[in-house]
Design a protein around this ligand. Structure first.
Ligand code: COA
Length: 224
């Protein structure tokens, strides 16, 4: 029944999809997608939020996940997902209260199958990566193709493999701290465009921002 409702609610919204970046062949349920964000064909996006200028690739499956701005999520990924009880007699879904594909219940015990997963801003998740439910992936992080991520990933860290391990960080710690301070992914479009020319040079980008911030601070102090 629930599946039917999801399909129906997607069909009702089809006309709107023609004017958005969400494919008519993607399935969405109880989710929030920014108008600048995109979701490709075959993706399923349930009980999740997709931030500004972020995208989700073909056939990727995401549930209960809060995704920030400017994230690139490739095809074939699996993020979040529901859990099964490990400490009961059985892990089968036929013993808890939630609907299951077997359409059978021997009991309806309380069980929290959903765990919230958090993906920060400017995160790149490459093809076929899997991220366990409940984890936090920090701003600027990279998850390699085919990774199986079972632990939290810090800001600007690159993780890959099965189980995924830290390969290296994108930048040194001082640069990471400076980048995090900018929170550039929350800036208005006009400001990001203004910095467009220096986005290939992290040092120049940071110097420009720090100079502007310094000026702003100086003006504020002068007013006091
Ligand atoms: C994770 C990634 C970004 C790292 O790139 P990189 O910094 O150039 O990494 P390197 O090739 O220098 O590899 C560094 C080490 O990590 C390992 N490694 C890199 N990617 C890996 C992966 N996906 N899985 C397992 N190990 C990986 C390398 O074997 C190497 O190991 P070593 O130090 O023992 O020799 C890249 O390998 C990757 O997965 N790219 C995704 C490409 C993709 O899927 N594109 C389409 C979607 S947009």
């Amino acid at each position: 029944m629930r599946r039917l409702l999801v399909v129906l609610s997607n069909i009702i919204r089809l006309p709107k999809r023609f004017f958005s970046k969400v494919s008519i062949l993607a399935l969405l349920s109880d989710s929030q997608v920014d108008e600048t964000a995109a979701i490709c064909a075959g993706a399923r996006f349930y009980r999740s939020r997709l931030g500004r200028y972020s995208y989700v690739g073909r056939t990727t499956f995401i549930t209960n996940t809060n995704i920030g701005n400017f994230c690139s999520i490739a095809g074939g990924c699996n993020i979040g997902g529901t859990g099964h009880p490990l400490h009961w007699v059985s892990t089968s879904s036929v013993f808890h209260k939630w609907d299951n594909i077997l359409k059978k219940h021997f009991a309806r015990h309380e069980y929290d199958i959903f765990q919230q997963t958090t993906i920060g801003n400017d995160v790149w998740i490459a093809t076929n990566a899997m991220i366990k439910a409940g984890l936090t992936i920090g701003d600027g992080a990279v998850i390699g193709m085919g990774a199986v991520v079972t632990k939290d990933v810090g800001p600007y860290e690159i993780w890959a493999g099965n189980p995924a391990r830290l390969i290296r960080k994108r930048f040194d710690d001082e640069t990471i701290a400076r980048l995090l301070k900018t929170r550039w992914w929350d800036w208005p479009d006009e400001k990001i465009s203004r910095y467009g020319a220096v986005t290939t040079d992290v040092e120049k980008f940071l110097e420009k921002w720090e100079k502007e911030e310094g000026k702003k601070k100086g003006k504020k102090e002068a007013k006091k």
